[in-house]
Write a protein that binds this ligand. Structure first.
Ligand code: GAR
Length: 214
């Protein structure tokens, strides 16, 4: 069984999708802990409702990023995870932390990476006049939002879209692709080798990571 620790900072809708899909699709995986950097994250309530250990590691006692990350790592490692899932965890992680979880740390980002790394992706996509937007699941490497892609979902942009309507449609796709990637992990179908994603023992080209759902 794949042991998963999920890190969150907010609403936790992706966490919920992962919990629900593991249950509904009988995926051989279990979320063993949910950790937040904020005690206001609603995702903590979602986790507790699902009977999952959920708690805050706050940065009040840490003087530096690396100190915080070490505390976080200690808490995570108590749960002996096979996979650490960033689900709206809004902190930049130190290189040591990322390297410690090499090949077993994944993130979801609300854009078609490598486009629109960083924040406010929905508004930036609209401002640029793009026709398509989406979400990406990728392995985490020390360089921010730059790790090898595993799966992307694309959504078409409508003329009357606002950042809110677009965010909502991107979220719907996130809730499909993140659980699917976790299913692949549970089945041993994806891994990172030398900063590249391999799926079913074949190197995944960036094009192959895009799933056209709409
Ligand atoms: C998601 O849209 C995720 O892609 C984004 O935060 C949201 C969390 O929503 N992550 C990032 O922007 C990371 N750079 P949720 O708390 O409802 O799952």
């Amino acid at each position: 069984m794949l042991r998963i620790v999920v890190l969150i900072s907010g609403n936790g809708s992706n966490l919920q999708a992962i919990i629900d899909n593991i249950h509904d699709d009988e995926i051989d995986a279990r979320v063993v802990a949910v950790i937040s950097n904020s005690d206001e994250a609603y995702g903590l309530t979602r986790a507790k409702q699902a009977g999952i250990d959920a708690f805050v590691v706050d940065n009040a006692n840490s003087t530096s990023r690396s100190e915080y990350d070490q505390q976080l790592q200690q808490q995570i490692d108590q749960y002996k995870p096979d996979l650490v899932v960033l689900a709206g965890f809004m902190r930049i992680l130190s290189d040591d932390f990322v390297n410690h979880y090499h090949g077993r740390l994944i993130n979801i980002h609300p854009s078609l990476l490598p486009k629109y790394q960083g924040l406010n992706t929905h508004q930036r996509v609209l401002d640029a006049g793009d026709t398509h937007h989406g979400a990406s699941v990728h392995f985490v490497i020390p360089e921010l939002d730059a790790g090898p892609l595993i799966l992307q979902a694309e959504v078409a942009i409508h003329n009357d879209d606002t950042a809110e309507t677009l965010a909502q449609r991107v979220h719907e796709q996130e809730h499909i692709i993140y659980p699917l990637v976790i299913k692949w992990f549970a089945e041993g179908r994806v891994k990172m080798v030398g900063n590249k994603t391999f799926k079913d023992d074949k190197e995944l080209t960036p094009d192959a990571a895009i799933l056209h759902l709409i």
